[in-house]
Design a protein around this ligand. Structure first.
Ligand code: ATP
Length: 776
């Protein structure tokens, strides 16, 4: 697009007409920004805010008449109207009443109010410029070079095989067949040339008009041309005949046939009509049309954004292009400066309309804001192919033998250009949010597959949707839960309590380490590798986490534990990944959403959900997961890895593929000896958790017994539940009953073996019953 050069010149004053203006006209003559109604009447008191009448450096193309005695022109305070400032002498304090009269004899000299343009020096210009990359970005990435070379080799192999398969059965017979027509067409062309067929219509016209002398001249010229052209043709025919005679005489028949067929093939191939070539295309390439500034402006103008349309109507160059539109990966990138008052967010909110305006599929059109420049900077990337449907490169971690170090960035998904975007799971907690069926579980499972490939990582997988999406991970899970049945939830709570204990243990371990070993007070790869410290990564995945947090009985406790894990876990090597289809304060408590480091937001309905997952003000900044279409499954904004949120498509591994990766991960863990918990066939002792010492103590009182020594009670408890109470002492019993407000006291009882009565520590039935009633 060309930017018109004739923009209004703001740097030069507008000349005042030399005629004597009326006071009203005088006010308005300065500039069309000053409405007549905004000017003050001529006989208002003097402008005391600027008694010197000197121009105050306001912007606008304002000029003032010189040498007038006028002191009263000015705008009301606070008005954005540019006031007329007469160029005048200092006025005495007293206000002057009277009619203002322009002196026609006095020439009016325009006085500029704008400061002259402050042109930056050459040095300032280049020091602020952004350096363009010396080498194309794809040449700086080993992976991209590799992928291009691989693509070229594959392309060459495909084309060779494709044509090789068709050469003898299709191309040769077709070319031979077509060669006869080609020879005939060639002979016809030679004949027309030799006999100058081109000039025939002219000669015939001269003859028909009976312009005999002209006709004779033309005929003579034609005969001359025929004589000159016949000779080379005759020589060529003789040469050809000689070659044929020589070939037939001296070459074996096989060679002659081969030469004949080859000649016919070449003639048929070269002489084929352009719309019916002998060789068909090995690939069907449909090149996406070029993105031009005109297309973009037309599309922007069709969005129905009032301010944008107004600006475009006034000035066709209202939309600026600070950089040339260029190829960027498999698409086009345009940096756009929207007109003042229009934000990138306004355009992003209308992605569908934009894609219609650009005449591209929705999945190809990716508008983003660039807040680092200004609110009106739009970066539009238009891909050649629909992002959701284009082929994703093979996930490096899906290949056999892949091993992961969770402390390092790992490939998570691809951006619009098909480049891998990494995530680092260590020192992060993650939230994933989206509408139903947009790809949360697939993304969560991908992250857990990544974690599974680090043999040190202890995995907790909870599938609260209950459909078994995380079942492929069970063979490598320390804890695995599916569904929301009460007993399943109870077990999950027990495991999460254990995890909280583990968190506390880790804090103590980290605290106890010397500064030389643990300078940052956080788990490092070296510390994670030390078996004695047991600080390896722990990754907890909770799909549909709202089931936990909204649970009537455990919701509060689970929220507390998870908030603790999100806040303190990252430094201690514990990563919590929570996914929900209802990102609101109840489903994803603010303590968790506000402290998450990595955030992946697939399509959501509104601003609240968007900011809940991606962080406060992201919607306002133009990071809007609302713009994704229903068909953009697996595509979301990834925030927290790097400075800006990026559009990323996660990796879709279905159940069987996930199982294959997990079997490799299990092998790694078997070699490292890190198969524990659920994966090792261990079960959680829920009975121990369910322990109710108060009820059990009451239960061991036999009929007629109103008080018992503590020794007797612990002996009986061990008989009642050996797994739980074996080895309990009276002190354990006292600790267990203390929270219920029951304390041991001296009670009289008789030793059954000696028959002797004595006072010892014990409990009365009444005290225990009262405590139980109170509790209930
Ligand atoms: N990265 C991806 N690439 C391609 N397709 C994907 C991707 N992620 C998800 N999908 C498609 O989206 C479907 C739904 O994915 P998923 O089950 O993860 O959605 P969900 O948001 O968890 O749904 P729900 O709300 O029901 O839990 C998948 O079956 C798959 O077909």
């Amino acid at each position: 697009m060309t930017q018109p050069a004739d923009r209004p010149d703001r740097d030069h004053p507008v000349e005042e007409p030399m005629t004597t203006p009326t006071p009203d006209a005088d006010d308005r003559s300065v500039n069309d920004l000053t409405p007549a109604s905004a000017t003050t009447p001529a006989n208002t008191p003097a402008d005391t805010t600027n008694p010197t009448g000197v121009n105050t450096g306001m912007n606008g193309d304002v000029t003032t008449p010189a040498n007038t005695t006028e002191t009263t022109h000015g705008a009301a305070a606070g008005s954005n109207v540019v006031p007329l400032r007469p160029h005048t002498e200092i006025v005495p304090d007293a206000a002057i009443d009277g009619e203002i009269v322009d002196d026609p004899a006095e020439p009016r000299r325009p006085v500029p109010v704008d400061l002259p343009e402050d042109k930056p020096s050459w040095w300032e210009q280049i020091s602020e410029a952004t350096a363009r990359p010396l080498v194309a970005s794809w040449l700086r990435s080993g992976a991209e070079i590799r992928s291009r070379v691989v693509f070229l080799l594959r392309y060459a192999a495909h084309v060779t095989t494709f044509h090789g398969l068709r050469l003898l059965p299709v191309y040769v017979p077709v070319a031979v067949f077509r060669s006869f027509g080609a020879v005939l067409r060639g002979l016809r062309r030679v004949r027309d040339w030799v006999f100058d067929a081109e000039s025939k219509p002219v000669r015939m016209t001269a003859r028909d008009r009976q312009e005999f002398s002209q006709y004779m001249t033309l005929r003579e010229a034609r005969n001359d041309a025929v004589r000159k052209r016949s000779l080379p043709v005759l020589l060529a025919v003789l040469a050809l005949a000689a070659v044929v005679v020589l070939a037939v005489t001296y070459l074996p028949p096989l060679w002659n046939w081969t030469l004949l067929v080859a000649t016919l093939v070449v003639l048929g191939w070269r002489g084929a009509p352009s719309d019916r070539p002998v060789v068909s295309r090995a690939v069907n390439a449909e090149r996406a049309p070029k993105l031009t500034s005109d297309t973009i402006i037309t599309a922007l103008g069709a969005l129905g954004i009032g301010e944008l349309n107004k600006a475009l109507a006034k000035r066709p160059d209202a939309v600026g292009f600070p950089n040339p539109i260029s190829r960027d990966g498999d698409g086009w990138r345009a940096d756009i400066d929207l007109p003042p008052g229009v934000t990138a967010g306004d355009v992003i909110a209308k992605r569908e309309e934009l894609s219609s305006g650009l005449r591209r599929q929705l999945g190809c059109v990716w508008p983003e804001g660039d807040m680092s420049v200004h609110e009106g900077r739009l970066v539009l990337w238009v891909g050649d192919k629909d992002m959701a449907r284009s082929k994703q490169p093979v996930w490096p971690l899906g290949k056999p033998g892949a091993v992961v170090d969770l402390f390092r960035p790992q490939p998570f998904g691809t951006d619009q250009r098909g480049r891998w975007v990494p995530v680092t799971l260590m020192f992060a907690s993650v939230v994933i949010g989206a509408m139903p069926r947009m790809g949360k579980t697939v993304t969560l499972r991908e992250l857990m597959l990544m974690a599974a490939l680090d043999p040190r990582a202890v995995l907790y997988n909870y599938d609260l949707k209950g459909t078994g999406d995380l079942a492929p991970l069970a063979p490598v899970s320390h804890a695995y839960g599916v569904g929301d049945d009460p007993e399943d939830l109870e077990r999950m709570v027990v495991e999460m309590r254990e995890l909280r204990e583990e968190l506390r243990r880790r804090t103590k371990v980290i605290r106890s380490l010397p500064e030389s070993v643990c300078p940052d007070n956080k788990v490092t790869p070296a510390l994670a590798a030390r078996q004695d410290l047991r600080l390896g990564p722990i990754v907890v995945a909770v799909d549909e986490c709202q089931v936990w947090f909204e649970h009537a009985e455990y919701g509060r406790e689970l929220e507390e534990i998870c908030t603790d894990l999100v806040k303190r876990g990252p430094a201690l090597g514990i990563t919590l990944i929570a996914a929900t289809q209802r990102p609101d304060a109840k489903s994803l408590p603010t303590g968790i959403s506000a402290n998450a480091i990595l955030r992946f937001c697939l399509k959501v309905q509104g601003q609240t959900e968007n900011d809940m997952v991606l962080g406060t003000s992201q919607y306002k900044s133009g990071v809007r997961a609302t713009m994704f279409a229903r068909s953009d499954r697996g595509i979301g904004y990834l925030a927290g890895e790097g400075d800006d949120a990026k559009i990323v498509r996660s990796v879709y591994k279905d159940g069987p593929e996930a199982k294959k990766i997990v079997s490799g991960a299990r092998l790694l863990r078997e070699q490292a000896g890190t198969i524990t918990g659920h994966a090792a066939g261990e079960s959680v002792d829920i009975d121990a958790e369910r322990l109710d010492p108060l009820s059990d103590t009451l239960a061991v009182f036999q009929r007629g017994e109103n008080k018992l020594w503590s020794d007797t009670i612990v002996t009986r408890l061990a008989e009642l539940r050996p797994r739980s109470y074996e080895g309990w002492s009276p002190a354990n019993l006292a600790t267990a009953l203390k929270p219920h407000g029951v304390k041991p006291r001296q009670v009289w009882d008789t030793d059954p073996t000696t028959g002797k009565g004595s006072n010892r520590n014990g409990y009365t039935r009444d005290a225990l019953t009262t405590a139980k009633n109170n509790r209930e």
